[in-house]
Design a protein around this ligand. Structure first.
Ligand SMILES: NC(=O)c1ccc[n+]([C@@H]2O[C@H](COP(=O)([O-])OP(=O)(O)OC[C@H]3O[C@@H](n4cnc5c(N)ncnc54)[C@H](OP(=O)(O)O)[C@@H]3O)[C@@H](O)[C@H]2O)c1
Length: 292
């Protein structure tokens, strides 16, 4: 029977992925690994670890693990590594693929709403401002959040990741470059602004999108509702309401007051599920069905 390992079982993504594995419909054996454990030969390993740990693990495991799925940002821009959301670009995994990257959580929510529109609209530029939950920063940030006097208590903090020489944060640059790679739209302009807010779980984004053609709002809603794991809601959806669910929700769709080629909308989704562990579970299912 195929063996699938979760590396980083004590982190928030590792824990969530362990529960997600119950939904995989192909038989396999789960193995879990913390920092001190020796990892044997496996069919698939999902690295629920940060960049430097993932680099060490990929180099250590590449000769004894057939397929590695990495949750960190380390390999996402490598042209030889597919950056996969199974609803969007499963075709980028081929028989020669050995390492697969799972995208940034905020980017995942955004591109889930952009991909279905590409069937009818030529997307030109997208602005977003994120409202990112504490759980997106892992277990240490969750512990910090629950400590009285935390910076994140009753607050919003406009800095996620590290500030780069050009003034962007690393999180914002992921929003630009991962969107282009996943959608295979190297020229789409992305204007990101990422903010951590005092919400324990589930990310949100306010989005403004410009296409070449005028938008038909009813068609946009239909395209979203026909796409897997995506729902347009006429009622507002908030992170508190949808935390723990697998659907990416869109609400508040409206056409720009002046330009019919621009729409504005709000997205909310569970960053630990579709933004991380659910996406990894879908990749593992695909690998087990088609490649292992
Ligand atoms: N949180 C999200 O919403 C989210 C979304 C998308 C992507 N991601 C990415 O997913 C990865 C994991 O994130 P997270 O939020 O789960 O972080 P986390 O809560 O900090 O968990 C990371 C875990 O990795 C473990 N670890 C480190 N090196 C290891 C090794 N060599 N062997 C086994 N375990 C090791 C750590 O062990 P210790 O417990 O011993 O420290 C820790 O439990 C990160 O790359 C993150 O960027 C996270």
């Amino acid at each position: 029977m195929a063996t699938v390992g979760i590396v980083g079982i004590n982190g928030v993504v590792g824990q969530t992925l362990h529960k997600q594995f119950a939904q995989i419909t192909v038989p396999f054996e789960t193995k879990t690994f913390g920092r001190q454990d020796k990892i044997p030969a496996l069919d698939i390993a999902v690295l629920c670890t940060d960049n430097p740990d993932s680099v060490r693990l990929v180099s250590e495991l590449k000769d004894r693990v057939k397929y590695i799925v990495d949750m960190s940002a380390q390999y996402r821009q490598d042209p030889h590594v597919p950056l996969v959301i199974p609803e969007i670009n499963p075709h980028t995994i081929t028989k020669d693929t050995r390492l697969i990257a799972s995208p940034n959580c905020t980017t995942t929510g955004l591109v889930m709403t952009l991909k279905p529109l590409m069937a009818h609209y030529t997307l030109k530029e997208v602005f977003f401002c994120s409202y990112q939950a504490i759980s997106g920063g892992g277990k240490k940030l969750l512990e910090n959040f629950h400590t009285p006097g935390s910076l994140y208590e009753n607050n919003c903090v406009p800095l996620i990741g590290s500030v780069q020489d050009n003034g962007y944060t690393s999180e914002e640059l992921k929003g630009i470059y991962e969107t282009r790679k996943i959608l295979e739209l190297p020229k789409i302009k992305v204007y990101p602004h990422t903010v951590r807010v005092a919400v324990e779980n589930a990310h949100s984004l306010g989005v403004s999108l410009r296409a070449e053609q005028p938008f038909d709002l009813e068609q946009v809603k239909k395209l979203w509702n026909d796409f897997p794991n995506l729902t347009y809601s006429e009622e507002i959806k908030t992170p508190k309401q949808i935390s723990g669910t697998e659907t990416t929700y869109v609400c508040r769709l409206r056409r720009d007051v002046e330009d019919p080629c621009i729409i504005h909308y709000f997205i909310t989704f569970d960053n630990l599920l579709k933004g991380a562990a659910m996406n990894a579970r879908q990749i593992v299912q695909l690998l087990l069905e088609q490649f292992v």
